[in-house]
Design a protein around this ligand. Structure first.
Ligand code: SAH
Length: 244
């Protein structure tokens, strides 16, 4: 039997947002590898081994998955949302760089619905014009770079989607990001907090930047900041497709 490695996105949470090709890959897998809470979304069945790991061991997890695929297993590495967005796909390719004997393996990346798109759909169309996505975590980059990118994106008038806005280990950095935004965008700019989108705990809130508080975000929140033209219509938020 020849092994394979699929790197799959499970979407933001709801079963209905898992793509059919991801469901098919999961049904054929012999091994599932990923961060504990994501692996926990896969029901146990006979012939399937679940390998749940810590969220900081990405490269090690990727090497393990590649080695299992090379030994003939059908391995699926799972991420939430899309595997290419601040998730495992890049880690697998980074591991592959150091494993030249595995370059011919059957490897496929299956996209998923990323949090930013799940959130924007719920809110209306806040990403209707040019936008960017920034990971606010400083696990893998210095926080000075986060600050610089936020400032420049705001000055360029992009709408912005922020992943990993705030965690217990760095509660103050998001306050700093809000300060930078307030200075660059002013207090009337719309900001949305979309928490646990597509799950029973989903919560959405849109308010002017001047009223935003750091505690409104946690690690299950996707934060969206509009551009200068982003506005409300009824209960929705949208960004017109033409530049202001
Ligand atoms: N690969 C994932 C992102 C991983 S980073 C994706 O494409 O969505 C983890 C961050 O994603 C969280 O801190 C949060 O900002 C965001 N996120 C993931 N699922 C979410 C959801 N259901 N609702 C809101 N934000 C979510």
């Amino acid at each position: 039997m020849s092994g394979s490695l699929v790197i799959a996105g499970l979407g933001p949470g709801a079963e209905s947002l898992v793509t059919p090709e991801v469901s098919a890959a999961l049904a054929e897998a012999t091994d599932i590898v990923g961060y504990g809470p994501y692996v926990a979304r896969i029901p146990a069945r006979e012939g399937l081994t679940l390998h749940a790991t810590d969220n900081r061991q990405e490269l090690e997890r990727a090497r393990h998955a590649l080695a299992m695929a090379a030994s003939g297993r059908r391995v699926v590495v799972v991420s939430s949302g899309d595997p290419g967005v601040f998730a495992m796909a890049a880690a697998v390719f980074e591991a592959l760089e150091g494993m030249p004997g595995h370059h011919e393996l059957d490897i496929r990346v299956l996209p998923g619905i990323t949090a930013m798109l799940a959130a924007s759909g719920r809110l209306g169309a806040p990403l209707g014009h040019d936008f960017c996505a920034i990971n606010l975590s400083d696990n893998l980059k210095p926080f000075a770079l986060v600050e610089r990118r936020v400032r420049l994106a705001a000055e360029a008038d992009f709408a912005m989607a922020f992943y990993n806005p705030r965690s217990m280990s760095r509660p103050d950095q998001f306050a700093r990001v809000l300060d930078i935004l307030l200075e660059a965008c002013g207090p009337e700019r719309l900001i949305s907090f979309a928490r646990a989108v597509s799950t029973p705990e989903e919560r959405l809130e849109t308010l002017p930047l001047g009223e935003a508080r750091p505690e409104m975000a946690d690690m299950r929140t996707l934060v969206l900041v509009g551009n200068a033209a982003t506005r409300r219509v009824g209960r929705f938020v949208y960004t017109p497709r033409s530049a202001s």
